[in-house]
Design a protein around this ligand. Structure first.
Ligand SMILES: C[S@@+](CC[C@H](N)C(=O)[O-])C[C@H]1O[C@@H](n2cnc3c(N)ncnc32)[C@H](O)[C@@H]1O
Length: 289
């Protein structure tokens, strides 16, 4: 650990932020590479000793910050870590950085299944870093989860994240196209969740470079109208869900009504659109019959 005077550190921090970037990304850098969380930092600042301890020196931290600013590379990829709900997840360019708005999926599940002792049988399609499945497996220790992804590299990261976050063994990972690796679980699933790629092609082409140049295309692009994967997931869901089983989908800001219609066409009931914290109809929920 390297000891540094708080004054010196604060001066350096101000200088870094004056070059660009946002406080949140800077906090990720300090926590993941510097080894100092925002809470530790705040406590140290009011501590009369006024010295703080870093895992790496300021030059090293600055070199990562400069790379983030110059190349527009997300800080999470440079640090190899993303914080999501109360999880600390390993991320590489093989997986999407789990988004804050997606955190609400877990709260939607908590509303539907308030008892944490529930023996839920759940499936997550397109798990990426594993964020959603790991959070559910931890929150419902008696549950059993199946997490799929088409990308084997993503599944390796998700598996590592699960091992690092939990001593449990109630989550298994499967490689393949949407429902196809789950053939043997037909008609058994209480809850299926997916945050599939849903960006329409023309929007994808115009994405900011920090997303388009770094995050996996396979995790973002949802075909011409963005609904290609959502359609496929909904159409096949009735084969896998139990009678009265739930399906929760994340969608693009303007897709809620269309997803609602798709669910209704496929005999789902109790269909609702749930808003994210910006008031956008971000999730569509339905129950199979
Ligand atoms: C938007 S990302 C979501 C990742 C993670 N669940 C999250 O919320 O952060 C979509 C994920 O779906 C996966 N995917 C894309 N096409 C797929 C397919 N045909 N079958 C299964 N998974 C697929 C991608 O590899 C990616 O990990």
């Amino acid at each position: 650990m390297l000891s540094i005077a708080v004054e010196e550190f604060l001066f350096w921090k101000k200088k870094q932020l004056s070059k660009g970037g946002d406080q949140q990304s800077f906090a990720v850098l300090l926590e993941c590479i510097g080894g100092i969380s925002t809470t530790d930092l705040n406590l140290t600042i009011i501590n009369p000793e006024r010295n703080l301890y870093l895992k790496k020196n300021l030059e090293f931290l600055e070199s990562i910050w400069d790379e983030h600013l110059q190349k527009s590379c997300p800080i999470q990829y440079l640090c190899g870590i993303s914080f999501w709900r109360d999880l600390k997840l390993k991320v590489t360019k093989k997986v999407l950085i789990p988004r804050p708005e997606t955190e609400l999926i877990i709260d939607i599940v908590f509303n539907i299944f308030p008892k944490k002792s529930e023996k839920l049988f759940f499936a997550e399609l397109g798990t990426g870093s594993g964020a959603i499945s790991i959070a559910l497996a931890l929150a419902y220790p008696l549950s059993y989860g199946l997490a799929t992804d088409i990308d084997q590299d993503a599944l390796e990261i998700a598996t590592k994240n699960y091992i690092n976050s939990s001593k449990q063994s109630n989550l298994k990972f499967y490689c393949g196209n949407w429902w196809s690796p789950l053939e043997s679980f037909k008609g058994k699933i209480d809850l299926a969740i997916s945050n599939p790629p849903y960006i329409p092609r023309d929007t994808y082409e115009k994405l900011p470079k920090e997303v388009k140049n770094f995050e996996p295309k396979i995790a973002l692009l949802g075909g011409e109208d963005g609904l290609k994967h959502i359609r496929e997931i909904i159409q096949t869901a009735p084969l896998f869900l139990k009678e009265k089983g739930w399906l929760i989908l994340e969608n693009h800001f303007d897709q809620g009504e269309k997803v609602k219609q798709l669910l209704s066409k496929n005999k789902f009931t109790s269909i609702e659109i749930a808003k994210d914290l910006s008031g956008i109809g971000r999730f569509t929920i339905g129950r199979y019959k």
